[in-house]
Ligand binder design. Structure first.
Ligand code: HEC
Length: 164
């Protein structure tokens, strides 16, 4: 009798703990599943853009304008650097159709697609120029000084103004 009681107690405990484990796991799976759905719908390209944006430190993400005035000097220097280093991928006018573009898995950004390019604000662009975007093929131009990078951002923003 005593041993039968012990056996029953053990079985009851086992069933209770199994039920608990089941509840905890299914709640976890359900909660996680919900969070992952929208990502699946996002295109691969959009995903890589969001990943690039997430890599940008917050202090750059929130910048609304360049701290270097887009005067004639800055724009001229930016344009020169752009033609020497960037147009091979991004195209001379910034339309993403440079001669090397076809060789890349992710097409280089078309800066004239203003809605698309606006995903990255001026601070994001500055940071991406200096650090690259990792998987997409956008190289890190660590050799440029901060002012040179801002000149480049000013030039890109001017190309965009011309396209509006
Ligand atoms: C080897 C090809 C290549 C070169 C050279 C290159 N880029 Fe890129 N760039 C890319 C690719 C690929 C992306 C990612 C496109 C995307 O995710 O939309 C990119 C993205 C960017 C972005 C972010 C997208 C946006 O719309 O703001 C900026 C800014 C940028 N490049 C600036 C430059 C500048 C400035 C230079 C030159 C100093 C340069 N790139 C040189 C390939 C290149």
């Amino acid at each position: 009798m005593n041993s039968h009681f012990k056996k029953c107690q053990f079985t009851c405990l086992l069933i209770t703990s199994l039920t608990l484990v089941l509840i905890v796991t299914s709640t976890f799976v359900l909660a996680n599943g919900k969070g992952h759905h929208p990502e699946k719908k996002m295109s691969e390209h959009m995903q890589s853009m969001m990943a690039a944006k997430e890599g940008v430190p917050e202090e750059y993400q929130i910048m609304e304008r360049t701290p270097v005035l887009p005067d004639e000097d800055s724009l001229q220097l930016g344009s020169k650097l752009f033609l020497q280093n960037c147009s091979v991928c991004h195209g001379e006018k910034g339309n993403g159709k440079g001669p090397a573009a076809a060789a890349l898995k992710t097409p280089p950004a078309n800066f004239l697609d203003i809605k698309h390019s606006a995903t990255y604000g001026p601070g994001d662009k500055y940071w991406i120029i200096g650090n690259g975007t990792g998987s997409t093929g956008m190289p890190a131009f660590t050799q440029f000084t901060p002012v040179q990078r801002w000149n480049l951002v000013n030039h890109i923003l001017q190309l965009q103004q011309g396209a509006q």
